[in-house]
Design a protein around this ligand. Structure first.
Ligand SMILES: [Zn+2]
Length: 205
């Protein structure tokens, strides 16, 4: 129906989350109408983010260096680790200004139905971080806050990690965000007051 380059653009745009066929067409025509400069800026931004942004070697948050800004910040409490599903979950927690520890980004949640098992997430890396704290080669971890989403998969992931940590590192406190967050919704949609209260009121698991 369209010239192949136009069809290709529509197809690629249509792969983005929440973008249906009609929206993909609308965006493609917007790009076709745009100045070459604006269109190239979009293409360059996509290319640059893929070339320059990787995962932090410690916490697996997004980083443009080997370590993310939070892991590089000596003022952040290294004895406290907040576990989240996605890099996008770090931002809402930071916005609450209630948290001064470090993070650990799992890269998703356990979901056997979708074939997502512990090996597919950065779970072993979390245990390794906690373990290096107990051997003295890094600051000891005092508490692990499980801030996975209040969804079925997020809860299952939190329980899985809590059980393993109790066995591997019984001296480390394992906590979960207090209830009050909208059940079934992702952390990134929680408002900062609610999320801040959930952090302050976190409870032992
Ligand atoms: Zn990091």
């Amino acid at each position: 129906m369209y010239a192949p380059p136009v069809q290709r653009l529509i197809t690629e745009l249509g792969k983005l989350p929440g973008i249906g066929q009609r929206t993909a067409q609308r965006l493609a025509f917007h790009i076709l109408r745009a100045d070459a400069e604006d269109a190239n800026a979009l293409a360059d931004a996509i290319r640059e983010v893929k070339e320059r942004i990787g995962l932090c070697e410690i916490c697996f948050n997004l980083a443009d260096e080997a370590r993310c800004r939070i892991c590089q910040d000596e003022r952040r409490d290294a004895e406290l680790i907040c576990v989240v599903e996605e890099p996008g979950d770090v931002i809402p927690i930071e916005r609450t200004h209630e948290y001064r520890g470090r993070y650990h980004v799992l890269g998703g949640a356990l979901s056997p139905i979708d074939g997502i098992d512990p090996e597919d997430l950065k779970i072993a890396e979390l245990y390794a971080r906690v373990a290096t704290g107990t051997t003295g080669s890094a600051p000891p971890v005092r508490e692990v806050v499980l801030a996975t989403n209040p969804t079925t998969t997020g809860e299952a992931t939190a329980l899985h990690i809590a059980a393993a940590l109790r066995e591997r590192a019984p001296d480390v406190a394992v906590t979960r965000l207090a209830s009050g967050l909208p059940v079934g919704a992702d952390l990134e949609y929680a408002d900062e007051v609610t999320l801040g209260k959930a952090l302050v009121g976190r409870r032992a698991l």
